[in-house]
Design a protein around this ligand. Sequence first.
Ligand SMILES: NC(=O)c1ccc[n+]([C@@H]2O[C@H](COP(=O)([O-])OP(=O)(O)OC[C@H]3O[C@@H](n4cnc5c(N)ncnc54)[C@H](O)[C@@H]3O)[C@@H](O)[C@H]2O)c1
Length: 364
Amino acid sequence: MLAVGRGRWGTVDRDSTQGALASIGLVTWLVTGGAGYIGAHVVRALQGSGRTCVIVDDLSTGVASRVPVDVPLVLGDIHDGPMLQAVMRDHHVDGVVHLAAKKSPTESMADPLLYYRENVGGLESVLSSMVRAGVTRIVLSSSSSVYGVPSSELVDEDAPLAAINPYGMTKAVCELMARDCAAAYGIAATILRYFNVAGAGGISLGDVGVFNLIPLALRAVTRGERPAVFGTDFPTPDGSGVRDYIHVTDLAEVHALAAARLESVIAGVGQRSPDVYNVGRGEGVSVLEVLAMVRSVTGHDLPPLRSARRAGDPPSVVGDTSKITRELGWQARHDLRQMVESAWESWRVTHMKAPGSELTPSDP
Ligand SMILES: NC(=O)c1ccc[n+]([C@@H]2O[C@H](COP(=O)([O-])OP(=O)(O)OC[C@H]3O[C@@H](n4cnc5c(N)ncnc54)[C@H](O)[C@@H]3O)[C@@H](O)[C@H]2O)c1
């Protein structure tokens, strides 16, 4: 492998040099959590834009078979700084996309220390390793959970960090850590606040974790159970929670755009605060509307089971996505039906077996 890394660059015409290198696959990004649901799509988007990837993943929730055969998968924990530094040096890493984290708001309410250890401690380890190895670019997975209960219909990036559950709080702390490290160590950071990610970019790439609404609904219908709606008395048009859903392949594409932009930043020169972007469709969809789409796509016509609100669930969170469109030229292309259809297609293959013509559920 050619040694292309930081410190070998002059300050002249670096943008075009790096862009040209990306186009021939000589810019390398470390993707933490690259065997995960979103990570596997991000790796493909980075490869598709001409970049080379290396993954660090402990496979705690990831799936090794999602990793493309030409991408090295280093099996390890992001808390292991010496391992991360060795990967950064050995693979001549130019930047990090950091996705490895725990992601369930409900679980975080029950075990906040796990979330602080994994999400905040994990990022501290990644950033420390970057400083030691001289890696100066990071794209950070954040979440719309940092907004808590937004005071406006469409929440923009200037809204205060006001998380209402430990998961969202850990993401807010991670953002602040990235901001401080940008100022102190000259790390160029882009923070992506994902809204509700759904769908699959291929049959083997669906979300195998059953935390989010669509996988929960698909599991329910394949078990012949009624999908639960947590909260039907929110101050929303139909009383159920409203969220902004984004197809995972649209989301993945943003990482390649963010990587390209960070590659044009000259290390240590003119560093700014991190760029922060909402990544969603900018459209609110209620839980009942999603479940109606699940019924339409799957043909399973089980009525929703109305349940009490869950702790830490805000009524409505929908992103203002005008900044990312303006600055990165990005806009989501897939709609809710495409999200549910692709998720269902993947779910059927991953979670069900078909003896004869009859589909039967298997354990997720
Ligand atoms: N899925 C969503 O709707 C959503 C929304 C907002 C933000 N996010 C964020 O996106 C990121 C990825 O989420 P996902 O949905 O792909 O989850 P996921 O669980 O599928 O992926 C996480 C990956 O990180 C790996 N990992 C976890 N802890 C690790 C550790 N200590 N060391 C090494 N690897 C580790 C897991 O094995 C897995 O492959 C997370 O940071 C999550 O908070 C997700």
